[in-house]
Design a protein around this ligand. Sequence first.
Ligand SMILES: [Zn+2]
Length: 403
Amino acid sequence: VPIVPPTLIRAHRLVTCDSARDELGAIDDGAIAIEAERIVATGTFPELSKRFVAAPVIDHPGLVTPGLVDAHTHAAWMGDRAREYAMRMAGADYEAIAAAGGGIVASMRAVREASTEAIADNLRARLRRMATLGVTTIEVKSGYGLSEEAERRQLEAIASVSSDRSLPRVVATFLGLHAVPPEQRGDRRGYAQRCREWLDGIVRDRLAQFVDAYIDRAAFSVDEVRPTLERARELGLGLRLHVGQFADVGGAELAAELGAKSVDHLEHCSRSAADALAAAGTSAVLLPVASYTLRQDPPNVAQLREAGVALVVASDANPGTAPTESLPLAMAMAARSYGLTIDEVLLGATSRAAASLDLDCGVLRPGASADLVLWSLRDEHQLVQPAGVSLTAQVFSRGLRIA
Ligand SMILES: [Zn+2]
């Protein structure tokens, strides 16, 4: 049951991520007033306790932040790819694993064999575990079906889970252009054309808010995906694109041209592309767990920062290149391996991630969705250490306690 009437949450340290205040919008001895699904006020506890005299108070002796927003996951996967991980650790590279029938196609087989209910059950359990880590919103991509029937089944499983208010909020992305299925090998253009044809049904049945495509040397070219992405845009879907993971093949320029909400990975990105992304208002979603697994050098974060591109941090949760469910792990790696500041990490996993998804969460301000985490931590500096365990005390999504 959501919190009604107004309740106050008192925090030893409140980090609002509300840039109207300052970078992090931190308030010591802060408070938030929540009513039903919304935040109605934020401020110091002495101020708010005078305004909401009769309100019950949850007195939290630690840090409170917005709920974490994981803006890039493949969380609706089935099976596992542990043998492939062992191959990779023994030296096989991504492209060799894909050529040997591993990689995305291995997950495709597992999803094609699964029922919608089984995919939904698996995803539900995963979202529950993610909630205990402080994640209140999760973007989930399809892309392990690679046929109209199986892609739709994966999206239907995501939709069935997204109606459950006791779980984090779910945003669905159609990623048919993840890989070419074996039955169409050698015909990338033809497969991309089919994905374009599936869009009308996906929009009609409200199965996705975004469309993604994997643009890279061993994936799709700009020319191959352009017609599908243009059609997606005409139909009112947002774009978020896998770009520059292994090579710069012009994906970032395409994303900027089409007004994509995000480009994700960006291990390879030119300065002129970074400038184009900044001008287009396209966010950079950084995925440090993937580059760690693949032993890659980090993206040129300094260049993105100088260009003025908004930086987002996400888990890339998937069974191959980022075998984790933990956004806090990705945050710790973004600090350690990518050199993001604590402020950049926290904003990148809250307000900036939410903005890249067109959502009114990720920030503690009046009118925003009541998505917040009461941490068993004193302040935000402890948040970017690789803890390896859940550090949350209470987690709220849309005014409802979910962990
Ligand atoms: Zn991904």
